[in-house]
Design a binder for this molecule. Structure first.
Ligand code: PEP
Length: 250
């Protein structure tokens, strides 16, 4: 039985009051005990959000990025050590917006993953293909290459810690969702890649989330697929009632 995870990625949204209200409503809402809820919050607000969720053992915070270096003269950046020192367990790495707007390469994302893991912070590692790749039906090769240049290079011990999010770029924030079958097909393929590198046991344990316009209306069908262990949710995680419906959709 794999973990069930509903992760929200708030991106660069919310004011302090909105962030506290959103996280408090989700925390107090009716949710199954066995679904882990991870809030990918603006880092500036993490310490203000913490008191409202700390009594819920199945809720935690993710930071949305970290730097690949230990520390130093990198104005405006956040280190994995800082995240760890606040007891924040997760960091989202390799999100397509970081790849596109901040030109993050697979090699850089691997460095960030290693730095996070060295501080005991778990990467939620994102991968996924753009529309032209999906249209040319080469999405498996594309994501395989992302894997090979990044997380497949981790040690088995490091790899055993991570969470993967498959996020087809054409489905992020577009209202278009991969069909449950498309998601299942890719997730099964990713599990095969993991199995080839780290063995079947690890492949069967690794949580693989789907991301890309997950909504209350499609979450149940997506999460019902054998290899889909939950979602990384952008837009719909900003509305407490929608996110709670998604959390309850397993
Ligand atoms: C995301 O950015 O990780 C995401 C999946 O966004 P949305 O749910 O809005 O498509």
């Amino acid at each position: 039985m794999r973990r069930k995870i509903a992760a929200g990625n708030w991106k660069m949204n919310t004011t302090l009051e909105e962030a506290k209200s959103l996280s408090n409503i989700v925390a107090a809402g009716s949710r199954p005990d066995d679904v882990e809820v991870i809030l990918g919050v603006p880092s500036l607000f993490a310490s203000s959000i913490m008191p409202g969720i700390q009594n819920y053992s199945n809720m935690s915070i993710a930071i949305q990025n970290c730097h690949q270096n230990e520390k130093g003269a990198f104005t405006g950046e956040l280190s994995a050590a800082m995240i760890a020192s606040m007891n924040i367990p997760y960091v989202i790495l390799g999100h397509s917006e970081r790849r596109e707007y901040f030109k993050e390469s697979d090699a850089l994302i691997l460095e960030k993953c290693k730095m996070a893991l060295s501080h005991g912070v778990t990467p939620i590692y994102c991968c996924g293909e753009p529309l032209d790749i999906r249209e040319s039906e080469t999405q498996n090769d594309y994501v395989k290459s992302q894997f090979e240049k990044s997380i497949l290079q981790l040690t088995a011990e490091d790899f055993s810690q991570i969470i993967i999010a498959y996020e087809p770029i054409w489905a992020i924030g577009t209202g278009k969702t991969a069909s449950p079958d498309q998601a299942q097909e890719m997730h099964a393929y990713l599990r095969k890649l993991i199995s080839e590198q780290f063995g079947e046991e690890q492949a069967n344990k690794t949580p693989i989330l789907y991301g890309g316009s997950v909504k209350p209306g499609n979450a149940n069908d997506l999460f019902g697929k054998a290899d889909v262990d939950g979602g990384l949710v952008g837009g719909a995680s900003l509305k407490a009632s929608d996110f709670l419906e998604i959390i309850n959709a397993f």
